[in-house]
Structures are given as structure tokens and as C-alpha cells.
Ligand binder design. Structure first.
Ligand code: DAT
Ligand code: MG
Length: 195
């Protein structure tokens, strides 16, 4: 009931100007407005992270298995697309690694073929997905992780996962437009968490 009420407000406000929308939402606890506030103020279960299947993962037909792992863990897919990333986009994505010796090779490789980029949502999804993805160097990644199960060399480690809440917010904004992310209620949510 409460959820329907908020959705009605958000739908009504989407056709109005930003100022009016802000007025409508003023006074409501930000915890009830997940998906419409910055990541830092999202309620716990609306935490989001960016996961990308890299060109090696796409070439090796691993997209389905990687999506399945996140689905079966109970996380919710709220954004998904396939694209061939430009070096410009990748240089922003990997800006912290600019000084590393492998950086030029990394950019060349990451732009060499299609990637599948996703946004997943759920309780502690940033931390949990890093565990699911495994150590950066597959030689040190545990069996049962994506990198530990599907790769053996750091230059071809199959998948990307944001490493912090701030990083996730930055990367999601870099790869996705707001309207490409969907807020939807999953019918199993009473069975994946309780508040
Ligand atoms: P992660 O992808 O686990 O967040 P990172 O952000 O340190 O790791 O590095 C980004 C990617 O750069 C990584 O997934 C693979 C590549 N990379 C990292 N270290 C490397 C190295 N020593 N040689 C080649 N590629 C490397
Ligand atoms: Mg990283």
C-alpha cells in the first residue's frame, strides 16, 4: 500500500519539473525512496554495483553463467547492456590505474570486443560481488569464484566488479544513463530478506 503510494508520487512527478518533484518528495524519509537518491543514501537493500563481463568472458560464452550466479544469489538485475567500449570511456573507468605499466594494454584489450555491463542491486551487493568475483589475479582466486573457476591469468580475468560504494556510484553513472536503470519489485523479495 505504502509502496503504491510512493510509486504514484514518483510517477506523477516524472511528468513535472524537477523543482515540483523535489517538493513532492520533501519530508519523506530518504530510506523509502530507493533508486531516486544518491547511492550513499540508498537504503541497504537498494545498494547497487556495476558488474561487467569483459571481452574474454563474452568470447568464451560465459555471460549466461555469470548472470546466473548473481541471480541465484538473490540479487536483482536493474540494468543490462552489451557494447563495445571506447578507449575514452575505459580511460575514465580505469582512471586510477593510469600510471600502471599494464594500463595501455588493458585499455586496448578492454576495447577490443563487446562487453556486457550490468547493474545489480541488493543488500551489501558491492562487498558480496567482490567475493563472488574473486581475487584480481586468478592464480590467487579461490575455487567457487568467477575468476577462480574460469580464468588463470590477470590479463584475462573475465569480469569486473566495483570495489566500493563510491566506486560503484561513479561507475554506474559512467556506463548507464538514469533511464536505463529500472526500479522494479521482485516477487521473491519477502523470501530473500526481511527488514
Ligand atoms: P579489479 O579488477 O580486481 O578491481 P584492479 O582494479 O586493480 O583489479 O585492476 C583492474 C584490472 O586491470 C584487472 O581486473 C586486470 C588488470 N590488471 C590488474 N593488475 C594487472 C597486472 N599486474 N597485469 C595486467 N593486468 C592487470
Ligand atoms: Mg578495480
Amino acid at each position: 500500500m505504502l509502496r503504491c503510494y510512493f510509486r504514484r508520487i514518483l510517477l506523477q512527478s516524472s511528468s513535472r519539473d524537477q523543482g515540483t518533484r523535489k517538493d513532492l518528495l520533501t519530508g519523506f524519509p530518504s530510506a523509502l525512496l530507493g533508486g531516486h537518491r544518491s547511492a550513499s543514501s540508498l537504503p541497504d537493500v537498494r545498494e547497487r554495483t556495476l558488474i561487467a563481463v569483459k571481452p574474454d568472458g563474452v568470447q568464451r560464452r560465459l555471460v549466461g553463467q555469470i548472470i546466473q550466479r548473481f541471480e541465484q544469489r538473490g540479487f536483482k538485475l536493474v540494468g543490462l547492456k552489451m557494447l563495445q567500449a571506447s578507449e575514452d570511456l575505459l580511460s575514465q573507468h580505469y582512471s586510477e590505474l593510469r600510471a600502471k605499466p599494464f594500463y595501455p594494454r588493458l585499455l586496448k584489450y578492454m576495447s577490443s570486443g563487446p562487453v556486457v555491463v550490468m547493474v545489480w542491486e541488493g543488500h551489501k551487493v558491492v562487498q558480496t560481488s567482490r567475493v563472488m568475483v574473486g581475487h584480481t589475479n586468478p592464480a590467487e582466486a579461490s575455487a567457487g569464484t568467477v575468476r577462480g573457476d574460469f580464468s588463470f591469468h590477470v590479463s584475462r580475468n573475465v569480469v569486473h566488479a566495483s570495489d566500493s560504494l563510491e566506486g560503484a556510484q561513479r561507475e554506474i553513472q559512467l556506463w548507464f544513463k538514469g533511464k536505463e536503470l529500472l526500479n522494479w519489485d521482485s516477487c521473491d523479495q519477502n523470501n530473500t530478506f526481511a527488514v
